[in-house]
Write a protein of this length. Structure first.
Ligand SMILES: Cc1ncc(COP(=O)(O)O)c(C=O)c1O
Length: 408
């Protein structure tokens, strides 16, 4: 057996992963079309074209393009009727954007734990958090793995609480044959650089509901009516709206990116299935449980190391020395419950004064122990559609080499 690289042996993966520029393709030609048109500003033009493409791709009635995933979630919450003091239940293991969207409305984020086996928001834990102030639930399809939507839809039907899907990491994933983003009352997608579809930054809302779409469209555009027959000066401004408009430049790139999505999801699935088939029987490794009849749009695969020696962090160093870019955290913040903004309810940067809407809420830092367990044990294997079979062969060989050394 080869000596471990961390002890001076040869690396299992010495060549870099194949990762060419993901914007090479139709992006350039479509961008030039926009420049040549002399019209960069949405919401018409390429923004409208992209929205129509999203409707076709994900089988939804409406898509509304905005500037980020956070903006998409905020717009969606507004459109579903969330207002100051309402409670919105979600997971503390997500990007801060999910929480930020709630707080931006002076609504109250309420955190429920994940199910350790699926890594996703646990519908039973959500039920326990419902009060008469609960207005919405944000089910986050983390790492491209669809949440157990039937359970959330049942909660919605029983309680009247709106079900919002956070699809920021799950473009093209399906649950019981339906695309995520077409299942709940509405959904928000991100198109920042790390996402399956990227415009650098960007996002969009999807919904099948006429009123939700109409409010979302107004909210993203200062509530302006884009009606050419309306005399200048006559905008009614029926309620507060922001400027979250995306440009036609972003939309041009988004159109090109969306064309690649189906192939991307299929290739990522091949890679993830190889890891599951070839590493699934190794001791001390726990693979995520996928909902029945669900097809993930995989991100780095979130496996858990359940052994004790070596420690998880020692294993990370050992695998990285072998040339494998192992990640450990499911998101930029391990557990949002532990952050200063939540623990101190510190809304504003220069004062510790707790705003009125948040004064009667408290947060127990240890309220979601499964999140802490997952984050302390997680090992994330690279899943990228651009990686070649050889990259995956070497990644699998590296894990097997390390496991043979310690456990077999
Ligand atoms: C699950 C999740 N929700 C929301 C967001 C926010 O998206 P954005 O960064 O585009 O605002 C992200 C982005 O990282 C995310 O991963």
């Amino acid at each position: 057996m080869d000596k471990l690289a961390i002890n001076g042996g040869p690396k299992a993966k010495s060549a870099p992963y194949n990762q060419p520029n993901k914007y090479s393709g139709d992006e350039r030609a479509l961008l030039l079309e926009v420049l040549d048109s002399g019209k960069l500003m949405g919401p018409g033009g390429k923004v409208a074209d992209f929205e129509a493409d999203v409707c076709r791709a994900f089988h939804v009635k409406y898509a509304i393009m905005v500037t980020s995933g956070t903006a998409a979630l905020q717009t969606t919450l507004v459109a579903l009727g969330v207002s100051e003091g309402d409670e919105v239940i979600t997971t503390p293991m997500t990007d801060f954007g999910t929480t930020s969207a709630i707080l931006a409305l002076h609504a109250i984020p309420v955190f429920a734990d994940i199910d350790l086996s699926t890594r996703l928001l646990d519908p039973q834990k959500v039920r326990e958090k419902i009060t008469d102030k609960t207005r919405a639930i944000i089910a986050v399809h983390m790492a491209g793995m669809p949440c157990e939507m039937d359970a959330f839809l049942s909660i919605g039907e029983e309680t009247g609480v709106k079900i919002l899907e956070d699809c920021a990491q799950a473009h093209g994933a399906t649950y019981r044959g339906q695309f995520v983003g077409s299942i709940g009352d509405a959904a928000g997608f991100s198109m920042n650089e790390s996402k399956q579809i990227s415009t650098g930054d960007g996002g969009f809302v999807t919904t099948n509901d006429d009123e939700t779409a109409e409010i979302a469209r107004l909210f993203r555009d200062k509530t302006y009516l884009r009606d050419p027959t309306l005399e200048r000066g006559m905008q009614p401004i029926p309620f507060f709206g922001a400027n979250l408009r995306a440009t036609n430049l972003q939309a041009a790139i988004a159109i090109a990116q969306l064309r690649k999505l189906e192939a991307l999801v299929a290739r990522r699935d091949q890679i993830a299935r190889r890891y599951i088939a070839e590493l699934g029987d190794l001791p001390h490794l726990d693979f995520p449980k996928i909902a029945d009849n669900a097809q993930p749009s995989w991100w780095p695969l979130a496996i858990r190391y359940t052994g004790t020696a070596p420690t998880r962090d020692e294993l990370v160093a050992i695998l990285r020395a072998e040339g494998i870019p192992i990640n450990t955290s499911m998101s930029a913040v391990k557990n949002i419950l532990h952050t200063e903004v939540i623990q101190k309810r510190k809304y504003y940067p220069l004062t510790d004064a707790i705003p009125t809407f948040w004064q009667n809420t408290t947060y127990e830092p240890d309220d979601c122990p499964n999140v802490d367990t997952l984050q302390a044990t997680c090992l994330r294997l690279p899943v990228d559609e651009r990686h070649m079979d050889e990259d995956i062969d070497q990644t699998i060989a590296a894990v097997k080499k390390v496991w043979t050394h310690y456990f077999l």
